[in-house]
Structure formats: structure tokens, C-alpha cells
Design a protein around this ligand. Structure first.
Ligand SMILES: Nc1ncnc2c1ncn2[C@@H]1O[C@H](COP(=O)(O)OP(=O)(O)OP(=O)(O)O)[C@@H](O)[C@H]1O
Length: 131
């Protein structure tokens, strides 16, 4: 579902058109960002494991929250990177370094949160299964 009008610079006409552009954006990140692909793979594996191990609904909600946080973090980090690359034209600039590093730091925090949630959900379940 690529945007029907690639030359559009104004507002979307309706919700369907807005959704189409948003879909294009997520597809772009998926195709071009290796980390996003990795995060999606982890999300699918984690949710699958959750089904297999029959975790509770509230535990699923925690996993889903962590997954969404990481994916949105990755998308916002990509936005920052693209704006900085556009503004700096790929020339080294200490200010660009700080901005990109800070954005990357945000992603790392969401990833740490996701790992902690994963440990809280799966470690007790695995211990329970082993006993
Ligand atoms: N124009 C620049 N000026 C200064 N430092 C830069 C510049 N471009 C990149 N860097 C440095 O290189 C790092 C990686 O750059 P960038 O975020 O573009 O690559 P990436 O591999 O897509 O990162 P990520 O793994 O976070 O997606 C930045 O965090 C920053 O430290």
C-alpha cells in the first residue's frame, strides 16, 4: 500500500490516506532499519513463547507494553537520525553526535525495560515448569 500520491505536500484528505502514509512509514523502518527487524523478531518469539507457556493476560499486557515501547522508541530514534542526516548532510558535527547519542540512549532504556519485563514474566514460569 504505497502512498498513491508521492508528490503530496499538504494535509491528508481522509483517515484512509493518513493511515496509508503511516503504514508506508512503518514499512520503511522495517525495510531499512536492522534493529527494527530484530525487535519485531524478538516480539514475535516472545509472544509465541507466552502462548506456549500459557502466561496470564496481565503478563501479556506487560509484554505488549514493553514491545510497543521498544518499537516506538526505535521509530522515534530513526526519525531523529534521518533529520540529523538531512541537516548535517552526513558531515561530522559534535551537536549531531550528542543528539543521535541521546536518541539512541532512549532506545536502550526501553530495551532494558523490555528485558526486565521478560525476566519477571518468564523466569518464574520456567522455574515452575522445572519443579
Ligand atoms: N553526522 C554525525 N556527526 C557526529 N556523529 C555522528 C554523525 N552521524 C553519526 N554519528 C555518530 O554515530 C552513531 C551512529 O550513527 P547513526 O545513529 O546514524 O547509526 P545507526 O547505526 O543507524 O545507529 P542505531 O544503531 O542507533 O540505529 C551516533 O550515535 C553518533 O555517535
Amino acid at each position: 500500500m504505497d502512498s498513491q500520491n508521492n508528490k503530496q505536500t499538504g494535509k491528508n484528505k481522509n483517515f484512509i490516506q493518513a493511515f496509508g502514509h503511516a503504514y508506508d512509514g512503518i514499512k520503511w523502518v522495517f525495510i531499512h532499519e536492522r534493529n527494527f527487524k530484530f525487535d519485531m523478531a524478538c516480539a514475535v518469539i516472545t509472544m509465541g513463547l507466552g502462548f506456549i507457556l500459557r502466561i496470564r493476560l496481565e503478563q501479556f499486557m506487560w509484554l505488549l507494553t514493553a514491545i510497543i515501547l521498544v518499537l516506538v522508541g526505535e521509530i522515534l530514534n530513526t526519525v531523529v537520525e534521518r533529520i540529523m542526516d538531512f541537516m548535517s548532510d552526513h558531515h561530522y558535527d559534535e551537536r549531531v553526535k550528542v543528539i543521535k547519542d541521546v536518541a539512541a540512549g532512549g532506545v536502550v532504556l526501553t530495551a532494558i525495560f523490555a528485558i526486565v519485563v521478560g525476566l519477571f514474566v518468564f523466569v518464574p514460569k520456567i522455574i515452575e515448569l522445572l519443579n
